[in-house]
Structures are given as C-alpha cells and as structure tokens.
Design a protein. Structure first.
Length: 283
C-alpha cells in the first residue's frame, strides 16, 4: 500500500510483471498436458496436419476405446495399483514407527541414522539395480508384484521417515503426557493420539510416495516380465506394423493414468499444503 501511494506507476508495473510471469509459467506447464489431451482425441492421420488444422480437427473417442479394450493396459492398471498401494501402506506403517522413535526418544546414534536415511533417499536407482535383481532372482520373485513392492520401499520408506520425523518433533509433548497419565501405552498413544494429529503429514507423504511408485519405470521394466505395470505397458505400445506409432493411443493411455493422480491432489490439496508447511513456523 505504501508503494502504491508513493509511486503508483512502479506499483502497477510490478503487479503487471508478477501476473505476466505467473501466466508464462502456467502456459509453460499446461501446454504440454493440453496438447497431450488434444492428441488423445485425434485420429492417427490428424497428427500430420498443420497445427491450426490439428487443433480444429474433429474429435474422436476411438483412442480411448482402443486403450480400454487393450487387456495389457487393464492388467497394467491393476498391477500398478496393487504395487503402489502395497508400497505406500508398508512405508506409512513402518515409517510412522521409525518417525515416532526418532522424533520422540533420545538414544545414541540417532543423528547417524537420520543421515543414513537421507543418504539412502538420494541414492540413484541405477546404482542398486544390479544387486536388487540378483536378490530377486535368488528368492525366485522375478515377475512377482511383491518384488516391486519391496524394491519400491527403498525410496518410499526413507522419504516417509524423514518427513514424518520432522512432523513428530513439532507435536506438543503435552499430548503424550496426558495420554500416559490416563494409562495409555506408548503404542496406544501413537495410534490414538499422534496418528490423528499426524494425518496431514501421513496424507502428504503417502500421496507423494504413491505418485512415485505409480510412475516408476526402471524397476518395473527390470523385475517384471509379463506382469507389467502401466508405465511399462505404455512405453511398449506398438501399432499394426513396426513403422506405425500409435501416438493417439499412447496419449490417451497417459491421460487415463494421469487423471487419477490429479484428482487425488485436488481432493487432498489442503492436507498436502498443511503437511508440507507443518513445522515451518514456530510459535
């Protein structure tokens, strides 16, 4: 307000520049997705039209019908859902216990454990691919969804523990003290008192871990043979001949896979914001 009174021209110039920057970033982020949506509603021959003709070409649902008629795609959706939900459930369960211990109790080596967790979370997947593949083959788990569930825990559990530990540290200790005075055990305190308070952080970490597991490609390609998850199925889409690339069906399948994630983010956006910003302000 002071700037608006002192120098109105500079004030409106700054606001114009801000909204212009927001518009540019929005267009930059949304145009690829909108173009993919548009491509999913076009015939294969329309892809070779000029941009203006391509945009105004008649729409068709044929690509979506072909996608849902593809048995491999439907199976891929099921395997992706099974693997992602399983990995997230195990990560939240064990991650909550670990975060409770690291955030509430004092013991020797706690800082070292946190540093190890942080190091594991940033470790590249390709570095552990060979060792994991050997273990999976030795345990006869190749082409088994459980192999993906346990391999995804490598990057979902460290992320879950790190985020939840920071959140647990900021929970007032009076809540636990009141529960202990009432005779609740530490485990009962965790489930009945802390879990409801941790819900925003649980939703945030669970959703982000789910997105990572849902979109993961490298492990799914390496550890699965015929039981492929949906990213691998989409990457292996092929046309009637080796020279035919069904871009319309690929885009339709990508939209079908992406829309549920967008819906989840929109539904839980308040929990995500509160979970990510929890502990940012002390008071």
């Amino acid at each position: 307000m002071n700037l608006k009174r002192k120098n109105p021209a500079l004030y409106y110039l700054q606001r114009t520049g801000f909204y212009l920057l927001v518009a540019i970033i929005t267009i930059y982020l949304m145009v690829p997705f909108l173009w993919a949506v548009l491509t999913s509603f076009r015939k294969s021959g329309d892809l070779f039209l000029q941009p203006l003709q391509f945009v105004t070409a008649p729409s068709t649902l044929g690509n979506y019908r072909d996608v849902f008629a593809n048995e491999n795609f439907i199976n891929g959706l099921g395997y992706s859902l099974l693997v992602a939900v399983g990995a997230v459930a195990i990560s939240l369960l064990f991650g909550s216990f670990a975060a409770y211990a690291l955030g509430r109790f004092r013991f020797r080596g706690k800082s070292m454990i946190m540093y190890i967790i942080l190091a594991v979370s940033v470790f590249p997947q390709i570095a552990v691919l060979g060792g994991l593949f050997t273990l999976i083959r030795n345990f006869d788990m190749y082409n088994n969804p459980l192999a993906l569930v346990f391999s995804y825990l490598i990057f979902t559990i460290p992320f879950t523990v790190w985020v939840l530990t920071s959140f647990v540290r900021d929970i007032p200790g009076e809540l636990e003290e009141a529960a202990l005075v009432d005779g609740a055990s530490p485990l009962r305190t965790l489930f009945s008192v802390l879990f409801p308070v941790m819900m925003p952080a649980l939703v945030t970490t669970g959703l982000l871990a789910f997105i990572n597991a849902w979109n993961e490609y490298l492990f799914a390609l390496t550890f699965m043979g015929t039981r492929r998850t949906v990213p691998v199925v989409i990457a292996n889409y092929s046309g009637a001949t080796q020279f035919d690339q069904p871009w319309g069906q690929i885009m339709a399948a990508s939209i079908v896979v992406t829309v549920p994630l967008i819906i989840l983010v929109l539904v839980f956006q308040r929990n995500i914001v509160s979970g990510l910003t929890a502990g940012a302000v002390k008071g």
